[in-house]
Design a protein around this ligand. Structure first.
Ligand code: GUN
Ligand code: ZN
Length: 432
């Protein structure tokens, strides 16, 4: 007989996008609630007493005052940058050349790739992240290592070989043809296997020739159900460089659009300094943006316009951008998104922040029918938050005025100590 499991406590529930609906209609915390997990999925949700009565033989994990959330979803990360996170003193292009590229070079060694893939997935799970879209390196070995490790853990992940055929050191460059061939082989092997999806991954237009962008655009046209992930308009120097490298392009987005790399399954990381035409086009094609706030402050990139872009109805995910970002924690990432919004004169509610880190990210990655909420039918990826995880947070929690006021200090001050439990595909992972 299949084992059934009830997890009970206070449950975060969504009815819509809180940037589109009034917040209290879109997001709520249901107290004394429970979910039933069977075969890795959520099969029922309702009052705790009701579920316990209807399923007397189910195992039960009670959480009382803890907050049960969908597992966090990191919509843009670089797992190969795990070992060089928080490297000092450079802005984007110098940071890539000084720290990132030398580290990524090491992934030619499959043993090193396997070691870092396991370390990254351990760290992200310990921080409550159950799914992510990760860049790998130029080496197919780095993609194999990441997917093998995710497969072992039953995790829903998206990743792809990071293609570069110029402006990168020898050893980190492929060619237009090799980028196409190796991406195609990996895609055919892995896309749709268990919970794994492949994303075609040109790093960003400065490191791809027009020939490579064209080849990857052709690959995407042949596999339109795949995602395509890249970077867009992160720093002003980078944008200037793109305009020198692509003198015919109308703007940065056009360097992708021209080669068939703009579409509804396109995921564009950063997108800070967008021009009106770029916003209009992304909106028309229903492309997806990813906000990486700890990275944007750490590398000094700028202030993402969350309120303005959500007002245009754009799909936006939230991400660490490990290791340009300075933390593996999506709680830290939500806090940084709050701070950046404040610097732009807008206020994000705890409900907005949690939604962005779960259903917002899931929607930006076209996974909203699988993960990102605790609705019936969803895969059982769950993070349980202890809302009093440190003395500083606890004393603030005890003075809270209402449910949301109990949650907000954990968003602003919390870290991996706030992660009480993590479930992936209905299996308890942490603490194991
Ligand atoms: N732009 C191109 N590559 C990268 C990267 O690895 N990190 C960040 N933050 N931006 C990039
Ligand atoms: Zn990135």
């Amino acid at each position: 007989m299949t084992q059934k499991h009830i997890v009970s406590g206070n449950i975060l529930v969504y009815s819509g996008d809180p940037f589109m609906l009034p917040l209290d209609e879109a997001v709520c915390i249901q107290t004394d609630s429970a979910i039933l997990i069977k075969n890795g999925k959520i099969t029922e949700r309702g009052p705790r007493s009701h579920l316990l009565k209807s399923h007397p033989t189910a195992a039960h994990t009670p959480h009382h005052d803890k907050l049960i959330c969908p597992g966090f979803i990191d919509a843009h990360a670089h797992y190969p940058q795990t070992a060089m996170i928080a490297s000092w003193g450079k802005r984007l292009i110098d940071w890539l050349n000084t720290y990132t590229f030398p580290e990524e070079m090491r992934f030619a060694d499959p043993d090193y790739a396997a070691e870092i893939a396991a370390r990254y997935l351990d760290l992200s799970t310990a921080h409550g992240t159950t799914s992510m879209a990760s860049f790998c390196t130029i080496h197919s070995e780095s993609v194999e290592a990441f997917f093998e490790e995710a497969l072992k853990r039953g995790q829903r992940v998206i990743a792809g070989k990071t293609c570069m055929d110029r402006n990168a050191p020898e050893g980190l460059r492929d060619t237009a043809q090799r980028g196409y061939d190796e991406s195609k082989a990996l895609l055919e092997k892995w896309h749709g296997k268990e919970r794994i999806s492949y994303a075609i991954t040109p790093r960003f237009s400065p490191t791809s020739t027009p020939d490579q962008l064209e080849a990857l655009g052709a690959l995407w046209a042949q596999h339109p159900d795949c995602l395509m992930q890249t970077h867009l308009s992160e720093q002003l120097d980078e944008i200037e460089w793109v305009s020198e490298l692509f003198p015919q392009a109308r703007d940065y987005l056009d360097t992708y659009e021209h080669f068939g790399l703009l579409g509804a399954r396109g995921i564009y990381g950063h997108a800070i300094h967008l021009k009106p035409r770029e916003i209009d086009r992304i909106s028309e094609v229903r492309g997806n943006l990813v906000h990486c706030p700890t990275s944007n402050t750490f590398i000094g990139s700028g202030l993402f316009d969350m309120a303005g872009l959500k007002a245009r109805g754009l799909s936006i995910g939230l991400a660490t951008d490990t290791g340009g970002g300075s933390s593996f924690s999506m709680l830290r990432t939500m806090a940084a998104a709050y701070e950046i919004a404040q610097l732009r004169g807008t206020v994000l509610h705890a409900g907005h922040l949690l939604w962005l880190a779960t259903q917002g990210s899931a929607t930006s990655l076209h996974l909203e029918d699988k993960v990102g909420s605790l609705d019936v039918g969803m895969e059982a990826d769950i993070v349980v938050l202890n809302l009093a995880s440190t003395p500083a947070i606890e004393q603030r929690y005890k003075n809270a005025k209402d449910q949301w006021d109990m949650v907000f200090p954990t968003i602003m001050m919390g870290d991996d100590r706030a992660i009480e439990q993590v479930w992936i595909g209905g299996v308890l992972k942490s603490p194991s």
